[in-house]
Ligand binder design. Sequence first.
Ligand SMILES: [Ca+2]
Ligand SMILES: [Ca+2]
Ligand SMILES: [Ca+2]
Length: 170
Amino acid sequence: MRHLSELLTTVRHFSGERNELIKPVNKDSPFKSAGHRTLHFTGNMTLRDSEWPQADQVMTLQLGTHYASVNMMHRKVMYFEGRCGGEVRLEMDVFASLGVYDSIIVNLDVRLYEGTSDSTSDLDGRGNFTIVVPATPGDHTRSLSATVWNTEENDYDDQGFFLVSVANLP
Ligand SMILES: [Ca+2]
Ligand SMILES: [Ca+2]
Ligand SMILES: [Ca+2]
């Protein structure tokens, strides 16, 4: 029993720390989830296809503005891809679900393919990224930028850079 009570104390402490990070929209009343929120998504990609001795081939792609309805189920809500130099393709799956206090948990699965064409299935780099976007009015936007490299081959300059900005809307 003593062990159990220690465990519960630890859990409560952790829960308290989480509350400091993400506050309820209205602190005065018990929080009730809306059940769904809207994810607003914008972004861009810059791809680099390493060439030698010629100059590398580089292209930038605007991903546009997109909305998706988000609920408790973690599911794929968007897909983007960019192609560059006839050899490189960057794919991005966007998953989302509701977290505590109606925050939106966004997960990006980003894959860099490089081969004899930009339709190749040769996966040379991969990254997984998570963004937690609070529902708090005035503080409901987050941004993330990162680069996925060709880590499988000596062509290390093959890369997919991306920048995304996400907002948590009613
Ligand atoms: Ca190349
Ligand atoms: Ca090329
Ligand atoms: Ca390759």
